[in-house]
Design a protein around this ligand. Structure first.
Ligand SMILES: NC(=O)c1ccc[n+]([C@@H]2O[C@H](COP(=O)([O-])OP(=O)(O)OC[C@H]3O[C@@H](n4cnc5c(N)ncnc54)[C@H](O)[C@@H]3O)[C@@H](O)[C@H]2O)c1
Length: 188
């Protein structure tokens, strides 16, 4: 299975963990911030792309990366938008494989924003879907996810990059904006 994750914040990194658990062979992480490459690798990303450092479009780049001798068409089996940027959502859909590619919108776009693509992208067999909280059913799935954490199957602790006092809460927002933190915990 080949997958692409756009945006390597706390959400994208957890998607990478999920992909690893699901047995993905190729996990491509895409981010504008090169510092996120190390984070991605830490959780199982196999390739990193900074869209600002490639020639041509990110869609063509990913299609090329996923092309093989047996599959001259190329495209990811799954892609995930973890940015909330509607242009990225479009790229995420269009870099999936025709016939069976599935692209999942996780990022929350600004109020009123709209997504677009050519209908051809869907009529050729791609699926565009979204998820809130991973589609988890709270009563049955959350205890299972907690067990995975307790058994060390998934890692959460390394994502807590900062611990702040309540007086420093504004620093927490700065850290989020600058991309320095993954998750900050406010202790009060
Ligand atoms: N659907 C849900 O259930 C759910 C739950 C929680 C959060 N979210 C949403 O998921 C998104 C990600 O959350 P987060 O906490 O990981 O945010 P974050 O800000 O920590 O991470 C976003 C990452 O995307 C990167 N990025 C931004 N623009 C990009 C672009 N054009 N191309 C490539 N990378 C780009 C940033 O550099 C950053 O590393 C947010 O929109 C958030 O609101 C959705």
């Amino acid at each position: 299975m080949k997958a692409v994750v756009f945006g390597l914040g706390g959400i994208g990194l957890n998607v990478i963990q999920g992909l690893k658990l699901a047995g993905a062979d190729m996990i491509i992480g895409v981010d504008l911030n090169n510092d996120k490459a190390e984070w991605g690798r830490r959780f199982g990303m196999t390739h990193f792309v900074n869209p600002r450092e490639i020639e041509g479009s990110i869609v063509a780049h990913i299609v090329n990366m996923t092309r093989t001798a047996f599959d001259q068409i190329g495209g990811a089996d799954y892609s995930f938008d973890c940015t909330g940027n509607v242009e990225v959502m479009r790229d995420a859909l269009e870099c999936t494989h025709r016939g069976w590619g599935v692209s999942v919108v996780i990022g929350v776009a600004p109020a009123g924003a709209e997504i677009r693509t050519r209908p051809f992208q869907l009529v050729t067999g791609r699926v565009w879907k979204g998820t809130a909280f991973g589609g988890a059913r709270g009563r049955t799935d959350v205890p299972r996810i907690v067990d995975w954490y307790m058994d060390g199957k998934i890692e959460i602790d390394p994502m807590i990059t900062h611990r702040l006092s309540l007086e420093d809460i504004n620093r927490g927002f700065e850290l989020m904006r600058s991309g320095e933190s993954i998750r900050s915990v406010v202790i009060y």
